[in-house]
Ligand binder design. Sequence first.
Ligand code: NAI
Length: 699
Amino acid sequence: MNNLVSLTRDGDVAIITVNNPPVNALSPGVPEGIAEAVRAIAKDDQVKAAVLIGGGRTFIAGADIREFGKLRESGGGEFGLPHYLIEIEDSRKPIVCAIHGTAFGGGLETAMAAHYRVAVASAQVGQPEVKLGLIPGAHGTQRLPRLGGVQKALEMCAGGDPVKAPEALACGIIDKIIDGDLLAGAVAFAREVADQPAPRTRERNGKLTADLSVFAAARETAAKKQRGFIAPLKAIEAVEAAVTQPWLEGIATENRLFQETLASDQSKALIHVFFGEREVAKIPAVPAETPVLPVRSIAVIGAGTMGGGIAMVFANAGISVLLKETEQAALDRGMATIQKNYATSVAKGRFTQAAMDERLSRVHPQLGWDGFESVDMVIEAVFEGMALKKEIFAQLDKICRKDAILASNTSTLSIDEIASATTRPEMVIGTHFFSPANVMRLLELVRGAATSKEVIQTCMLLAKKIGKIGVLVGNCRGFVGNRMFHTYRREAQFMAEEGAAPEAIDKVMYKFGMAMGPLATGDLAGLDVGWRIRQEFRHTEVPGVRYTKAEDALCEMGRYGQKTKAGWYQYDENRKSMPDPVVAEVVKRVAEENQIPQHAIDDQEILDRLIYALVNEGAKILEEGFALRPVDIDIIYLNGYGFPAHRGGPMFYADLVGLKKVYARICEFEKHDGYWWKPAPLLKKLAEEGGSFATWKRR
Ligand code: NAI
């Protein structure tokens, strides 16, 4: 047909094969090729039925995501796939789709336009468009309820999660599971149905009866589980149209809703995130062919909050872990926590008791240094103190193999200074996990001045192996994520001191889509951590500059946050927060003592000061070279700080607002607070040139 679709024959059954590696995406040429094959089959008297199959490792895995951007730029325009699908459905000779691997998005829509679907048991089908801020646009929301029923269609189109072949068979999305050779089985199936009239999915209305309350229930679920996301609600509306409207009206409704989601900022943001997650894996200075060191066994030092979580991450990935502590009691506590966390997972049905036992057996608790001479990598996660870390690294330098990677989980200290305690700074790197380490996806990999390319490459690939998103960052105070977060929390505290209620500040960010606001986050993490650091660095404070005071006052009262049941809020036994009149008094007193002018702060000011603090610091970090690209910052924020994916990350958000506007607002803030709000030179330059972070290139 063309170079993407071939047509062959097995007796009276035609075989249409899609060959668009690696995943047979519906790139331009694929739908055209299939339609052309269908036309050829119609004319061929020797053919009675056809099989449509994917060459290589999968059926059509979905749309070519780059095409969505092009489609949007062309103003939506005429979207071709639905028309080709009608051509397939109108074939008088039955077409059987043979599914292996995945039939997602346009892949499932193609399969549903055919007359029958058979699949291997391991195949999966799904309509994951909502994960890109879209809804199915090629009749998926109209054909899926006709095959799988309204409830299943709602779950799949609004939730976006895949369904395995046996479940797809049970609800009617597929007709048969093929054991053994898929093509042979599909051809045999095609022969069986060759003489029967080819059933058109769009005419199968038997399953379209639904109690209308299912739509209200689906909306409620979406509002809870996908808070702030628009596409799931549009997907529900489209599925509802399948029930309440005849086919032609239903597909028109779907098309209108699809175009709306395509034009939405949310789909732009989520597609940016999709490509961003792949982009961050590419390090320009570290070519793909850089040699990789084997990591078969590791040692973790410190079995506290982070060390225990890190040990679990590696044990889960099948890597054996020596877990070292200095005292038996701390070791026992650490192991008990690991055990408890695993037991919770078993109780929730995430894995079996046998899997838990296997994972636990990979963690070897110990007090001494035995075995350190043979491990491939060590991750240090002891208390945050330079002297202690240097002592440990000097010791590791003596006992570990010369080619062992020596990593620190420090969240603030200089990797270069830690590395200076060794004779091999090229083997030293920061592996900054986020808490809880076994849950959070982000792993900031901190490159020291001497860290070798092999060590970077190994850790980037290792991140993937242990289920994390590795983002390479430079060695500055707080690295990328915390350096920015510091400015964000500072502004939140400043606003509280200027008279904004803590709950008003947090509510703005919750509504923006964050899991919680900046002051509630402080309470969760523990206010005392920052307080201790501020005390240590008091000597570096610049006279005449404003520093946060209210949080220190809260800590002085023993209000450390959730762990003391009081911080910016008061907490009940179930950790439910409530505003606390004491806080209002403390903040008022602090403001008076420090002569902080009070003013009314509206929601827009709260939002702008918090987000632009992130953006301004992000721009400085970029310019100073501590983050490789704006998208690296976005991916860090989405995976480590609960920034809502549908906003695309702080830098993407700034681009959407427009850098000119962002810069102008920062200049306004600078008038009131010149020290903290100095605009980043890069932001100023881009704003003046009419540029954006997306188009910025490092020279
Ligand atoms: P933690 O206080 O929970 O655990 C530290 C553990 O190290 C304790 O169990 C302690 O007994 C042990 N330890 C101390 N000296 C030791 C030594 N010489 N040999 C072996 N074990 C020793 O502290 P946490 O929170 O786990 O922090 C560890 C590191 O991770 C710090 O560098 C911290 O800055 C960093 N980090 C912490 C995050 C957090 O949210 N807690 C997030 C990211 C990084």
